[in-house]
Design a protein around this ligand. Sequence first.
Ligand code: LLP
Length: 418
Amino acid sequence: MTQYFPYRDGCLFAEELSLESLAEHYGTPCYIYSRSAIEDQWKRFNRALKGIPHQICYAVKANSSLAVLQLMSHLGSGFDIVSGGELERVIRAGGDPSKVVFSGVGKRRDEIEQALHTGIPCFNVESAGEIERIAEIAQRLEKKAPVSLRVNPDVDPKTHPYIATGLRSSKFGIAMQEAEHLYQELAGHEWVEVVGVDCHIGSQLLDLDPMYEALDKIMDLVARLRKKNINIRHLDMGGGFGICYQDEDEPSLDSFGRKVKETLAGTGLALIIEPGRAMVGNAGILLTQVEFLKTAEEKSFAIVDAAMNDLPRPSLYDAWHDIRPVHENSSWPLRTYDVVGPVCESGDFLGKERSLRIEPGSLLAVSSAGAYGFVMSSNYNTRPRPAEIMVDQDRSYLIRERESLDDLLHRENLIPEW
Ligand code: LLP
């Protein structure tokens, strides 16, 4: 993180540009991303998988801004999408549809049709009902649909319950036994072609052992299927690679690479992974300005111009994001603040009990905001969503304009008779 957002002479930078100058130029709140941080991370993943036939399918949901997808596409990335909207983004950003996998439990008919027309190489299917739907559409369009079944390996990913997906109780995936049965039913299907096995057990995994446990279970399944002449060509292990938000040790991508290399050696299987958070999480910050400092009886609050609508992770998951002053003045008193936004909810906070030397007007950088940040923002309290800026060394690009009130209101109608 500090490598791409370093302090220089007491001022925080994004690559070669000071956050102060960016705030002056673009206003606050805004998201700022580092191109090198994204690029280096993508290359780290790719290096770790060297020697295995593989495709990185970046999970678009983590940060779906067109310029981010454009960068991914330049790097040669594939994409994991969960909606027709995400597919449209990938295409508009110049992404290659032949490297797209389509995940998600509730694919609509029109989305399946759109994806079949586009010619994506794999649907990650999550239920028997979905197979029926895909088969019916494939037949109508006379286009054979390539599918993997997303199996639910019933392992505990040891992460926040809201982002754990590989347990038996979860809505995601198909139980191993049922999947095996479905694979057999699909053998020789006229309109559906089995190409792989898919799984994603959860997000923000700091220990990859549960993923390895899932991998072993899936390898057993593949062996059983191959005995029945069901030809599995690839394994998709999903995403979930955790990142450091506070002081966590990130899982080693090289160990992951070694483990999958060992497991897949001699099987002829290709590997797909779908990292989202690990690709962009620490490549972005949310830049915000202190509006007021307020001291109540028990607490001091720093009221800033960003809020839970801009970055919902703290209020939604009680997630920790480091909050760093852009510029520290040692003459300001060090105090403990809850950093809160202007939204009318007690749950509207970006961080609690943070020691900061700040005054009204100070700029703060909310760290690790590149993944599940802007994409989860909303217009609650009729707040326009922030701008997004990409920094590339000493250049900055406005990759998304700040919303205007007209943007927010232009789809609403008054009732003429009233
Ligand atoms: N593949 C599938 C099928 C997924 O459902 C997800 C994330 C990913 C890949 C990417 O996972 P990652 O590498 O980013 O962990 N909003 C939550 C995270 C939700 C994750 C949903 N699925 C958060 O802010 O922590």
